[in-house]
Design a protein around this ligand. Structure first.
Ligand code: ADP
Length: 247
């Protein structure tokens, strides 16, 4: 379970990106975070896995504070949280296999991984995820030789081999064309259902949010302005999130 309490982020000198956002996400939910550009979606997701330190408030994952964790403790907590970026964030010159192995780093003693050695069980875990995501034949290819859709599948595979409790995705389809955007959403949705992994993904495309989100959270100007079922999102709610331009 994720508990967010009074999360506030001010970027110096005075940009308020989040204003006292509080929310609870039980295990296994598929949650879509929507809001216009600049609403604070990316900042919110990054506070959840400790990439950004909030100015006030706290994030708890399974009762443990991500916000107060440091060093090895933070590393262990982060291992439970996969993160999928809009721009994929792969190591361009490395192979698909090497990129996905990075997802196992938190499970391997650091001294071994420093020398590029991963125990056989980690290689087996990676191979099975590659096969599941239809990336097996691409394992030896350099990441930057792949299409955008393939690169995002590699990024999702990297998150999946972490064996996370939670996957956070920051507009994972923003760099892809609409058909591929659906493929990425289908994959996240499948992972949520088959693996019982909680998924929280931000989107700026409303129709995808309506099609996939069981639960939709709306942010505007750093404030939580909607939290409810996708089916209950009407014109009034959409306007509250996106302003008149969104209606
Ligand atoms: P979204 O993901 O919804 O587009 P962001 O979280 O990226 O929103 O941004 C929220 C607000 O914080 C915006 O006003 C943005 O300009 C500002 N912001 C984001 N990152 C930084 C940063 N590193 N430094 C200063 N301001 C930032």
């Amino acid at each position: 379970m994720i508990e967010v309490r009074g999360l506030t982020k001010v970027y110096p000198p005075d940009t308020v990106a989040l204003r006292e956002v509080s929310i609870v996400i039980p295990d296994g939910q598929f949650v879509v975070l929507i809001g216009p550009s600049g609403a604070g979606k990316s900042t919110f997701l990054r506070c959840l896995n400790g990439l950004i330190a909030p100015t006030a408030g706290e994030v708890l994952v399974d009762g443990e504070s991500v916000t107060r964790a440091r060093g090895d403790h933070l590393r262990r907590l982060r291992a439970r949280i996969g993160f999928v970026f809009q721009q994929f964030n792969l190591v361009k010159r490395r192979s698909v296999l090497e990129n996905v192995l990075i997802g196992r780093l938190a499970h391997v003693p650091r001294i071994l991984s420093l020398f590029g050695w991963f125990p056989p069980r980690d290689r087996v875990a990676v191979e099975s995820v590659l096969a599941r995501l239809r990336l097996g034949e691409l394992a030896g290819r350099r990441a930057d030789s792949l299409s955008g859709g393939q690169q995002q599948r590699v990024a999702i595979a990297r998150a999946l081999v972490q064996e996370p409790r939670l996957i956070l995705a920051d507009e994972p389809m923003a760099s892809l064309d609409p058909a591929l955007a659906r493929t990425v959403m289908d994959l996240l949705s499948q992972i949520n259902q088959e693996d019982r992994i909680t998924v929280l993904t931000s989107l700026h495309v409303l129709d995808l949010a309506l099609a996939y989100g069981q639960r939709v959270i709306g942010l505007r100007d750093g404030r939580l302005v909607y939290d409810g079922r996708a089916a209950a999102l009407g014109g009034k709610e959409i306007e509250a999130i996106f302003g008149e331009a969104g209606t």
